[in-house]
Design a protein around this ligand. Structure first.
Ligand SMILES: NC(=O)c1ccc[n+]([C@@H]2O[C@H](COP(=O)([O-])OP(=O)(O)OC[C@H]3O[C@@H](n4cnc5c(N)ncnc54)[C@H](O)[C@@H]3O)[C@@H](O)[C@H]2O)c1
Length: 368
């Protein structure tokens, strides 16, 4: 996999659309324009070997169309890897709607977008992403059935965060087993950065198991409430990187595993929900390994959200989604096995595992 920086360089050095698709073998891109509603969107389908391409729609005020195109190519490819590594029968896709959601988002624009999704006949299934919510999915659903992330009343799965948090918790246990020989987190010092939807649910699992949890969040009201409810310690800002801890759980933003953090972190395991935790995969994935820190690859750890929407495709059932999320424990363990046997960083092991599954199942599908 190319890292993001390399991708940006190559994306701008060759403006040809198909040349950029060729770089990572994207199957199809749909450019959508509607003058009446002001809709400008791009839907990218990276790979459908394993199944229909599922991935959220992001609304963002991109500075240029090239930036939007680069983002949708990168994000859709990420979905291929996430689905494949998680053992789901899904391909990778993503959509971006260009514009400021506070200014341009309305029913007509979303329904027009729904028509474009529908025109792909189920090859792409959409979901929520940045600046989109379940109400928006309802509007899209008026024009297409190829949408997930619907409210529970419409057969959707509701808030995916409890399923995501459960997957993070199990990933942490699998990491503990790998490092300490037992998957018990009792007495382990865990620092959770970001106690939002996922972070809070994670704190619940951890405190129930008897871990010594410390939390931090930029929202002080939230910190106070969660600390009181679950009886946790509290830290402030980036002081967390100087704490004595066993596990660092990034559950707020991406790119927190960077030069600054790694020069200070003294943890044994990094395992959290945030996307793109390694500021630069090739650089920080390597440093983490050299420092002897076990990094649980984010896209494997936080796959509970995808597992949740995948379940909507088969008649949603929260119990089944939680059950399916249990597979994340074994997936993480398998990643560590590959990383050890090939002496490679864990993020490369996870990518390799995804690629191998796509290649193997692709061959199975060739036979009748
Ligand atoms: N919700 C899901 O099911 C899901 C699935 C996959 C990945 N993720 C990722 O997990 C992370 C958390 O998701 P969420 O749904 O809980 O989001 P959220 O918005 O509910 O919570 C994020 C929390 O992080 C806090 N925060 C922001 N910046 C911070 C900082 N610098 N330091 C400390 N705290 C900070 C916010 O105040 C908020 O409380 C995100 O990166 C998200 O992309 C979530």
């Amino acid at each position: 996999m190319l890292n993001v920086k390399e991708e940006k360089k190559t994306a701008t050095s060759d403006v040809s659309v198909i040349a950029q698709m060729l770089q990572h073998n994207h199957e199809q891109v749909l450019f959508c324009n509607d003058k009446d509603t002001g809709l400008k969107a791009i839907i990218a389908i990276h790979n459908t070997t394993l199944g229909p391409a599922l991935g959220g729609t992001r609304m963002w005020n991109y500075a240029t169309e090239a930036e939007a195109f680069n983002d949708v190519l990168r994000l859709s490819r990420g979905m291929t890897y996430k689905a494949a590594a998680s053992g789901l029968n899904l391909g990778g896709g993503k959509a971006v709607i260009i514009g400021d959601s506070t200014k341009i988002k309305n029913e007509a624009l979303l329904r027009r977008f729904g028509k474009f999704v529908n025109s792909l006949g189920g090859k792409y299934i959409t979901a929520e992403d940045v600046a989109m919510n379940s109400k928006d999915m309802e509007y899209i659903h008026m024009e297409t059935k190829h949408v997930t992330g619907l409210p529970e009343l419409l057969g959707g799965g509701g808030d995916p965060s409890p399923v995501t948090a459960y997957g993070v918790y199990l990933s942490m246990k699998a990491s503990a087993k790998e490092r300490w020989g037992s998957d018990s987190l009792k007495g382990k010092k865990v620092v959770v950065q970001g106690v939002g939807h996922v972070g809070e649910n994670l704190v619940k699992h951890l405190t129930e198991e008897g871990a010594k949890v410390t939390i931090t969040d930029i929202n002080q009201d939230r910190v106070k409430a969660i600390a009181k409810q679950y009886n946790t310690e509290v830290t402030d800002g980036d002081k967390l990187f100087d704490l004595d801890m066993d596990v660092y759980a990034p559950c707020a933003l991406g790119a927190t595993v960077n030069d600054n953090a790694l020069s200070r972190l003294k943890c044994t395991i990094i395992c959290g929900a945030a996307n793109n935790q390694l500021a630069d995969e090739t650089v920080h994935g390597e440093i983490v390994m050299k420092k002897g820190i076990l990094y649980a690859p984010d896209f494997v750890v936080n796959a509970g959200g995808l597992i949740n929407v995948y379940n909507e495709l088969h008649g949603y059932n929260r119990e089944r989604a939680m059950k399916q999320a249990e597979s994340i424990y074994d997936t993480v363990a398998k990643v560590y096995q590959i990383a050890k046997s090939e002496n490679i960083p864990t993020y490369i092991a996870a990518n390799r595992m995804a690629e191998q599954r796509i290649a193997a199942i692709g061959k199975v599908k060739l036979s009748f």
